[in-house]
Design a protein around this ligand. Structure first.
Ligand SMILES: NC(=O)c1ccc[n+]([C@@H]2O[C@H](COP(=O)([O-])OP(=O)(O)OC[C@H]3O[C@@H](n4cnc5c(N)ncnc54)[C@H](OP(=O)(O)O)[C@@H]3O)[C@@H](O)[C@H]2O)c1
Length: 332
C-alpha cells in the first residue's frame, strides 16, 4: 500500500550515502527508514548518526524489508545492476546512483527487472533536478540561443588519495574518469543535443588500466559539436558553455552542481545572470522528484528516462570499446 511519504532505504554506507541521507532531510515527501551495509557495525553506526529505525548487516535484508518503499543504491558502479535488481525483484522502487551501471547490457537487465516487477526505476543523475536546470530547459525551449552549434563541458578533479584499490582507480570496480566524471558532460550533452551521430575520443590510461583523463568530441545530425572532458589528474574548469547562432549560456562552476548561469547575446549587448542557490544540499531535488513519481504511481521519470539512460550508457560503451577498456562486468 502506498504511503504519503516515501519510506526510503539506502544500500551502502559511504560518502554519497551520507550526502543522500542529508538531502532527504530537506524533502517534503521522503523519510529515511532503513540502512544496509555489508557490515552490521557500519549499518548500526550509520543508523545512529542519521536516526534510522532499521539497520541491516546484509543488503538482502533491506531488500526484503516491509519497512521500505524505495531504495537508493549508493555502492560502487560495479554493484549497481546487481543491487538494483535485487531490490526491484523484491518490489522496491529504485533510485540508482550514476553511472546507472557499468555497461548497457546491465542497464537492459535493470530496465527489464523494473518492467517485470512494475516498479519505478531512475538513474540518480542529480544534476538534472536542481531548479536552475528547469530554467535552463526553459531557456533552451524558448529558442533564445537560436540554433545550438557547440557545447563545451568538463569535469575534472584531483582526488586526495590515489588508492589503486579504491573505486576511482580500480579496474575491478569499474574505475576511471569516464564512468565516474565523464558521465556528467555526456548526460548534459544528451539533454541538450540528443543522440550523437559520431564521436572521436582520446584517453590517458593510467597504471591501474583505467582512463585517468579523457577528451571526446560528439557530432550531431544537425551539425552541432560537443567538446567534452573528464579528468582524475587535475581540477578543470567544471563549467559548461552552450553556444548558438543568437547567443550563449555559461553554466558556472560547478556545472554538475548547477546554481548559476549567464546568457549573453551574440553581439554582447544583453546579459542575464541567474542564481538559484540550493535549498538543502542538492540531493533533495532528485529525491523529491523521485518521491513524487512514486506517490503518483509512475514507473519512470520524464526528466531522466530509462531509454535515455540506456542510450547514454551505449555511448560510454562505444567510447570504452575504442580504448579497449574492458571491465570484468563486460565479460558476464
Ligand atoms: N551524485 C554524486 O554527486 C556522486 C558523488 C560521488 C559518488 N557518486 C556515486 O555513488 C557511488 C558510490 O560512491 P561513494 O563515493 O559513496 O563510494 P564509497 O564512499 O566508496 O562508498 C561506497 C559504499 O558501497 C559499499 N560497497 C559495496 N561493495 C563495495 C566494494 N566492493 N568496495 C567498496 N565499497 C563497497 C560500501 O558500503 P558498505 O560497506 O556499508 O556495504 C561503501 O561504503 C558511485 O557509483 C559513484 O559514482 C555519486
Amino acid at each position: 500500500m502506498k504511503t504519503q511519504a516515501v519510506r526510503w532505504g539506502i544500500i551502502g554506507t559511504g560518502r554519497i550515502a551520507r550526502a543522500f541521507a542529508e538531502g532527504l532531510w530537506h524533502t517534503s515527501n521522503g523519510r529515511l527508514c532503513a540502512i544496509a551495509s555489508r557490515n552490521e557495525g557500519s549499518a548500526k553506526a550509520f543508523a545512529e548518526e542519521w536516526d534510522i529505525n532499521h539497520a541491516f548487516g546484509q543488503y538482502e535484508e533491506l531488500a526484503h524489508s516491509d519497512a521500505v518503499d524505495a531504495v537508493y543504491i549508493a555502492t560502487p558502479h560495479s554493484s549497481h545492476a546487481e543491487n538494483s535488481i535485487l531490490c526491484m525483484n523484491n518490489q522496491k522502487a529504485v533510485l540508482c546512483e550514476k553511472p546507472f551501471a557499468v555497461n548497457s547490457m546491465e542497464v537492459k537487465r535493470m530496465i527489464q527487472a523494473s518492467k517485470e516487477n512494475n516498479v519505478l526505476l531512475m538513474e540518480g543523475m542529480w544534476s538534472r533536478f536542481p531548479p536552475l536546470m528547469n530554467k535552463l530547459r526553459e531557456w533552451l525551449e524558448s529558442g533564445k540561443l537560436g540554433d545550438i552549434r557547440t557545447l563545451h563541458a568538463d569535469f575534472g578533479f584531483l582526488p586526495k588519495q590515489r588508492d589503486p584499490l579504491g573505486r576511482l582507480f580500480n579496474l575491478e570496480l569499474a574505475g576511471g574518469s569516464l564512468l565516474d566524471l565523464g558521465i556528467y558532460p555526456v548526460s548534459l550533452a544528451s539533454m541538450i543535443l540528443g543522440k550523437p551521430s559520431s564521436m572521436q575520443t582520446l584517453p590517458n590510461m593510467g597504471p591501474t588500466g583505467v582512463d585517468e583523463q579523457a577528451a571526446w568530441i560528439f557530432r550531431y545530425p544537425c551539425g552541432a559539436l560537443a567538446m567534452l572532458l573528464s579528468s582524475l589528474q587535475c581540477e578543470t574548469r567544471q563549467e559548461a558553455f552552450i553556444s548558438g547562432s543568437l547567443g550563449n549560456i555559461r553554466i558556472h562552476k560547478q556545472c554538475w552542481k548547477p546554481q548559476k548561469m549567464t546568457f549573453t547575446e551574440t553581439n554582447g549587448v544583453a546579459n542575464e545572470t541567474i542564481e538559484m542557490p540550493f535549498k538543502g544540499n542538492g540531493f533533495n531535488y532528485e529525491a523529491e522528484s523521485f518521491g513524487n513519481l512514486f506517490l503518483e504511481g509512475k514507473k519512470e521519470s520524464p526528466i531522466m528516462s530509462l531509454s535515455e539512460s540506456l542510450e547514454i550508457m551505449s555511448q560510454l560503451d562505444q567510447i570504452r570499446k575504442e580504448w579497449n577498456l574492458i571491465y570484468p562486468m563486460d565479460r558476464q
